[in-house]
Design a protein. Structure first.
Length: 199
């Protein structure tokens, strides 16, 4: 009897000294590194428990059904274990975090090779170059200053979303204010469009 009571007392003491399991919330995280423009598959996402304080705004819903996100594209590179949010997906989410009223404006650059130098989030000045004739010097006008790059063909795949085929050569999408968007809309029809990378 004494031995039984001693074991019971020991078990109670161990239970009291053992820390309680921390409270966690389920989120979807990347199972491995994902390149920019990757089309999500079920195997790319897995549910994981994290501290509730660590759950970011916009974390993907349907945690128990990651297949609901299959077919969506990631807008930038994602690290293994990174919590997936709506801001990481191509679509209307491109403007998440941008100032209210921001608009996504597509531009077709005169020199398509410039796109290879761009990365998501880089700030650029958009310059319109026009000329009235072969013998006239070009006139350059800055249409927008320090606008962030949202999308380039490198962030897409041929299987979903904006396709990086011939029709996307030289295409880039930037975030702009409503006033900037008015100046940028149809700019390629008025002259040559160039980008200047700025800090």
């Amino acid at each position: 009897m004494a031995a039984i009571l001693l074991c019971a007392a020991f078990a109670i003491a161990v239970q009291q000294l053992t820390p309680a399991s921390p409270l966690t919330s389920k989120v979807l995280v990347a199972t491995h590194d994902l390149p920019a423009g990757h089309t999500l598959a079920v195997a790319d996402l897995v549910a994981a428990g994290v501290s509730p304080e660590m759950v970011p705004d916009g974390s993907l819903a349907n945690v128990e059904a990651p297949q609901a996100w299959a077919g969506r594209q990631v807008s930038g590179p994602v690290r293994r274990g990174e919590v997936m949010t709506d801001a990481a997906l191509v679509g209307e989410e491109l403007l998440i975090g941008a100032p209210p009223g921001s608009q996504a404006v597509p531009l077709r650059l005169t020199d398509p090779a410039t796109v290879q130098l761009l990365r998501q989030g880089q700030l650029v000045n958009v310059v319109l170059s026009t000329s009235t004739g072969l013998d006239e010097p070009a006139s350059n006008e800055v249409l927008a200053r320090s606008v962030p790059v949202l999308w380039t063909p490198a962030l897409a795949t041929s299987g979903n979303g904006l396709k990086p085929g011939p029709e996307a050569d030289g295409l880039v999408v930037v975030a702009a204010t409503p006033d900037q968007a008015v100046h940028l809309a149809g700019a390629s029809a008025r002259g040559k469009i160039f980008l200047v990378i700025v800090k």
